[in-house]
Design a protein around this ligand. Structure first.
Ligand SMILES: Cc1ncc(COP(=O)(O)O)c(C=O)c1O
Length: 429
């Protein structure tokens, strides 16, 4: 990798081999700053402490994580030390990296799978010794039984637990209005588990907010997320009236709902936070540092906010069917989809660095293992014969988290498109 950096460092991204994943540092930094600043501003407006937790699953790199937390982002108004991981490898890679720098930016790690099963607890126990605070999710009574059976983790601190709330995504978690949820809550605060378990808070993730069509839609999901975790907190008060809820963390977010913190009419949100909330609000999100077509289709962002793209090459073209062949097949772009048709939108290299809406002529219509086929929009007038064989194109991916997962490293470029760095993700398991 050092070899690659010495070969391409200081050169234009246009000279990079293809397919490559390119991150535009200025846009990445701006996305990180805007999110931290909107959390900070909401805290100022409401006069309430609001925490921030960054999910690092999109890029899985130490460098990207530090930026999400506000380190190395000069104009961000706050920093945080809390992250979510989707694999243990992310946590260990990141901690190794920050230890090699002698830093302790990351102090609080939450594993984002409900993981109260013994093999996962064994791994989490090892991780508990490396980080100040470790949080886990539970959403099943057996998870609590397993925690008791396992005993304290290696850190000798109690397992700090978020109860995972499902507020409509139907992936992980329980509906807070269900009997199952109440049973889990009762058990989590019972004497049966209190030797090893400490209830840290409630966690909701509105994954289904990706179907939003506007920031106003996403705002509605945000309110629902907050109401769902707050409902859970109210249940807790009923179950344990003597309990001090001032430290209870109510964690909500997904990239669309976190973007919706910026909605102009904040009165409903501020009212809930100031008058109704039982604990401390925490906002969590991940994809926002890169963005992609799935986020574009929510109506919450502009295409030029997307900070990462795939660089591909034109390998051939077919005049009769007016199509172009590229080296960006399913192994690169995957089969992720959104309301934006195709597997990716093509942007001319001279436009991709812009901070204004792009002009599209070609999109990736279909993919097979290594082949990507570009089609043009009806009436666009674009002809495959006008596209040079061997030329390069930038492609905005449908889902950055999954597409970036296909690459062993990312090239980082400055605002002029000059390669300045390479980041290595902690991929796979
Ligand atoms: C449990 C959990 N929390 C937070 C996030 C972050 O969501 P987003 O990438 O939409 O910000 C995810 C993403 O899948 C998740 O699974």
């Amino acid at each position: 990798m050092t070899d690659l950096l010495s070969k391409y460092g200081g050169k234009s991204f246009q000279s990079l081999p293809t397919p490559s994943f390119v991150l535009q540092q200025e846009k990445f930094d701006r996305n990180c700053k805007l999110m931290l600043n909107s959390v900070h501003d909401l805290s100022q407006i409401t006069g309430k402490e609001i925490l921030f937790r960054a999910h690092i699953k999109t890029h899985k790199t130490a460098q990207g994580t530090f930026k999400q937390l506000g380190f190395g982002i000069p104009s961000s108004k706050m920093t945080s030390n809390s992250i979510l991981i989707s694999t243990m490898k992310e946590a260990h890679g990141l901690l190794d990296f920050q230890e090699s720098l002698g830093k302790d930016y990351v102090k609080d790690i939450c594993y984002s799978m409900p993981a109260g099963v013994i093999p996962a607890l064994e791994q989490l126990s090892i991780l508990s010794r490396r980080v100040e605070s470790l949080r886990i999710f539970v959403d099943h009574l057996e998870h609590l039984d397993n925690l008791v059976r396992f005993g304290l983790p290696a850190s000798k601190k109690k397992w700090s637990v978020f109860i995972k709330v499902d507020m409509g995504t139907q992936r992980a978690g329980l509906n807070p209005q269900s009997e199952e949820f109440l049973a889990l809550l009762r058990k989590a605060i019972s004497h049966d588990v209190s030797e090893v378990v400490e209830l840290y808070g409630f966690y909701a993730h509105a994954g289904h907010s990706y179907s939003s069509d506007s920031i106003e839609d996403a705002h509605e999901y945000l309110i629902e997320e907050i109401e769902a975790v707050n409902y859970a907190a109210q249940l807790l008060t009923l179950q344990a009236p003597e309990m001090d809820l001032s430290k209870l963390v109510l964690s909500v977010g997904a990239t669309p709902t976190s973007n919706a913190l910026r909605v102009a009419d904040e009165s409903k949100l501020t009212n809930i936070i100031q008058k109704k909330l039982q604990g401390v609000l925490e906002i969590h999100c991940g994809n926002y540092c890169v963005y992609d077509l799935q986020q574009l289709s929510t109506g919450c962002i502009k295409d030029y906010d997307i900070s990462g793209f795939v660089l591909g090459s034109v390998f051939s073209s077919y005049e009769a069917r007016n199509e172009i062949l590229t080296d960006t097949g399913v192994m690169v772009l995957t089969r992720e989809a959104s309301k934006v048709p195709g597997r990716g939108l093509c942007v001319r290299l001279e436009d991709i660095l812009y901070n204004e809406p792009f002009n599209y002529q070609w999109y990736v219509d279909r993919v097979s293992q290594e082949h990507g086929i570009l089609k043009t929009y009806e009436n666009s007038g674009a002809r495959s014969t006008d596209v040079k064989i061997g030329s390069k194109i930038a492609i905005l991916p449908q889902h950055a988290c999954i597409v970036m997962g296909q690459f062993p490293y990312y090239f980082v470029v400055d605002k002029d498109g000059t390669v300045t760095d390479m980041w290595t993700p902690f991929q796979k398991w």
